[in-house]
Ligand binder design. Structure first.
Ligand SMILES: Nc1ncnc2c1ncn2[C@@H]1O[C@H](COP(=O)(O)OP(=O)(O)OP(=O)(O)O)[C@@H](O)[C@H]1O
Length: 236
């Protein structure tokens, strides 16, 4: 059974429709990469799945229950966690405090402060550092760790690589691989780097102007085919 079922989902900003009648499913344990140019609607889609943005029409079914009209905090309790674009840490709070705050209303589950620090070894020496003083990669790790503290069944990660050095991207992906391989986590992530998306994801969904234009298992699609869909170019 699918963990997530998205049916004809539409969402927008005022008069602008950013997500147009999107339908797709995500199975438990699967990693799905959302790719598409800037402004294609990926962030609006993730925020709508998390309940941080209102759906105009269509539905979001999580673990068999319709959550379309549930606010974000209630979706968190059911196991949906969003790592937002820009990371949005509490800058004046330490890494440890950022993690503990997220854990306060957590679902019961395996993720504790200790476990997050084990999954992201780079955070252990930074426990007492303020969020605002961290590098981009350290902030991204803290932001993912914060989402894990809620014990999610579905982790939505926006712009994993944005603003990170190649070394930091590798470190963050190593931790994500650990989550999917060892813990069977279900991931939907936005990734601008197509090569990376095809490597880490089981399936790639390409979005163009708010619509899904290509959906395929990563091992049955070429980078050229994704690039063509990405730019809306028809290749014969
Ligand atoms: N707060 C907002 N107010 C008005 N329009 C918005 C807002 N956020 C996004 N949009 C518009 O909605 C459309 C989809 O944007 P969205 O951020 O979801 O795309 P994206 O694929 O995530 O792009 P990016 O990679 O730049 O984040 C764009 O046309 C964008 O300009």
């Amino acid at each position: 059974m699918s963990l997530l079922e998205v049916r004809d989902l539409t969402a927008g900003h005022g008069l602008l429709t950013a997500v147009r009648e999107m339908s797709f499913e995500v199975r438990e344990g699967e990693t799905v990469a959302l790719v598409g140019a800037n402004g294609a609607g990926k962030t609006t889609l993730l925020r709508t799945l998390a309940g941080a943005h209102h759906a105009t029409s269509g539905s979001v079914v999580f673990d068999g229950a319709d959550v379309t009209h549930l606010p974000a905090y209630k979706r968190v309790r059911r196991g949906v966690a969003l790592v937002p674009e820009g990371r949005r840490l509490f800058g004046d709070m330490t890494v440890e405090e950022n993690l503990l705050v997220a854990g306060r209303r957590a679902r019961p589950g395996p993720w504790t402060l200790q476990r997050v620090l084990e999954a992201f070894p780079m955070l252990e020496p930074l426990r007492g550092r303020r969020g605002a003083s961290l590098s981009g990669g350290e902030q991204q790790a803290t932001s993912i760790g914060r989402a894990l503290m809620t014990n999610p069944r579905l982790l939505l990660v926006d712009e994993v690589s944005l603003g990170l050095s190649p070394v930091a991207v590798d470190a963050v992906y190593a931790s994500l691989a650990h989550l999917t391989d060892d813990d069977g986590a279900t991931l939907v992530l936005v990734e601008q780097d197509l090569g990376r998306a095809l490597t880490v994801a089981d399936r790639v969904i390409c979005v163009l102007e708010g619509r899904i234009v290509l959906e395929a298992p990563s091992d049955r699609i070429t980078r050229d085919e994704v690039t063509a869909a990405y730019f809306g170019v028809d290749r014969v």
